[in-house]
Write a protein of this length. Sequence first.
Lengths: 203, 375, 255
Amino acid sequence: MLNQTIAIVDSGVSNIRGVNNVVLQLGFESLIAASPEDLIGVNKIILPGVGSFDAAISALKKADMVEAIQDQVHAGVHILGICLGMQLLVEGSAEGNESGLGIIQGFVNPIKKFAGLRIPHLGWNNVKIENSNPLVSEEMNLRFYFNHSFAISNIAPENSILSVNYGETFVAGIRRENTFGVQFHPEKSHNQGRQLVKRFLEY
Amino acid sequence: MSKAYQVCTRCIMDTTDPQISFEAQGFCNHCTGAIESLERTNSINVDIEALIKKIKVDSSKREYDAIVGISGGVDSSYLVHKLVGYGLRLLLVHVDAGWNTITAINNINRLVNTLDYELETIIIDWNTMRELQVTYLKSGVINQDVPQDHAFFASLYMCAIENNIKYIFSGTNIATESIGPSAWGQFAMDGRNLNAIYKSVSGKKIAKFPLFSIPSWYFNVYVAKNLEIINFLNYIPYSKSLAMKVLEEEYGWEDYGGKHRESSFTTYYQDIYLPERLGIDKRRMHLSSLIVLGDLDRETALQVVSKPAYSTIEADNLRRYIASKLSIEVTDLLAYEQLPLKSYLDYKNDLWFLNLVAKIAGWRRALFKLLKMPW
Amino acid sequence: MIWPRLIPILTIITDSVQKTTQFQNPVYVGDPLNSVTLFSQLNADELIVLDISRAHERPPMDQELISRIIEHANLPIGFGGGMRSLDDVKFVFDCGYDKVIIRTLATDLVTLGKIATHFGSQALTISLDIKYHPNGEHWSLIDHPEIADGAVIDFARKLVEAGVGEIVIQDVLREGTREGLRKSILIDNLVENLEIPVVLSGGCRSFTEAAEYIVDTRVHSIAGSQMFLYKQPRNALLLNYPTRKAWISSLSNGS
């Protein structure tokens, strides 16, 4: 298990260092993947992301990483998208014009504004388990750190594993077979976040 | 090592201490000596009330009756707890050498928030501390905890002297420290030795660091008598497991497993450095002390030491953290762990002074015996 | 629901954490790696690291130090200090920080817009250093004294339009003084008029005071330094942070 290599995709606008830190803390080897060759033979892929949808997809396209990631996923490699990285896994976003990786059906829309609620959705919030999944269990502390203005909607119920409430309830975690995504930042969510990453890496 | 492996049949000390000796039943000199020490200590009936009264009278014109050095660990925390109720004006002093763990921080907070004593923190300059730790690693001496121990005690003494406080309560105790072979450690108070080791690697004398010499310590405690260190835990029944229970109940204090986990460097030193370097597992020492106290059974102790103190991942993480703190690479740290052994005696030191004092005390004792006078 | 955040601030001069009063008279605290790691283990909601070296005419934090001090931390961290260009900002994100806290560059709306487009609004926080006049009813930006009173609120709106995701109001005259958080019309106005989170820092004595202030003013979060570093009455260094339970309880009590 410890000889596994975890690829962390560098789309040029992602917070790879934070994810890299937690992967190393958990005792795994990591590899920063900037081109398709980097993904060959890896055991898991983590797709972080900050910034805008279009900037991220453009960067991935430029590096020929869009197909490379899709190929690995179809070959059965586990992938975890974080924050914008999760949003990239679906079909597209109202934030931009580009298409997403389209691995899971769904779309990204702005978080609905309610009176008195600030945008972005910034701070610690509790998630609810919608479908049982390998990333979290009921016994865990389910409080994680969020910082985003867009959220996934139009997703099939069986693909939603975690939800969160901020004015209304929206998706906080998605899954389809070997593809996972979380809207919050597990690498920045104390022990419980580290535990989630550990569960993904050991799954 | 030419000796065959042997482990004591009463405690769990073994031939990783090159100076260990065994008697017919297989009992070692450590637990034998420890039992004798404990009996001696238990038979000392210190009149605590009288001691407290003396302290109060002596300190009536001083700002505080006494200092208590605290680290967040079991000994010093329990010490403070036991002193409550005697009506002493205590100043709690914490020395921050940059290695505090979360458990140390949490436990000190719990103590200070619950009790009515004031806290003072003495901060050691980190750049100096870091440099000192690295020079010690490079020097090849065994006891890598001297920098922290010296910083702690020297700071306490200097704080007492500067603030005109005579009494220092220390958490040092026979009960949990009855077993400590001299091959494994060294008297940490030798400021001259520390400076010599520092200079041999860095090329300069240490600055921005609390330095105390053995002659200085002797002078202040025995000649000028403006410092008195009271090892209070030796005067009361002290069981570590009971102490922890009490601390948990009263303060929400947290047990962190093993001794000296309030410092991350000490954790590295005891769990990784010593076993790697010398095959010495300091847990043997601490657990053997508990066996002698009756606090732990031998079977359990053997089980504990049969497993490594740390898993490989934890060990890697700890090494990475220590290397990061010291601004060195993990490969450097691994190299220091394999250096040829040097003794602190290879460097300038003031041990001659202690030997001289002991000799003079010995002569006095002999002379007075001769003259049939009480010495 | 989102809980208000309680955010410790660590001010760093070159290579050590130092505590200032009104950003002056630095007092040595210690190793930044230790403080950052401890706040992470204390489960702090978020952390702000401010490099104030230049204000004290010292060389800024070096690049290796900026990334090293957060390697063992698992909490959200914002970095501020001396960023003058998009490249400076990119460097800070590459080191692993989640947000940049911009002060001097705040009036350069074009660059701010680029940062927001490239890295996202949620990663861009502006710190406004405010100087209050003794009567508390007038105020101005310390870096741009010509922007005062109502103009500060207009400026804040422009920042939001440019894509800024969060504003921290730094009450400089209260910083490190433990004189208490200041109630002011400025804060009320910003909270009323901006849809982004507004954070206040300056003078807070305790987390219970922070909770009361948040409940009274609906400010999003409170940041501070003194209260997380020192124990009174002797101002003894001892890092501390309330437990989750204590924080939630004080928010309930304050309402």
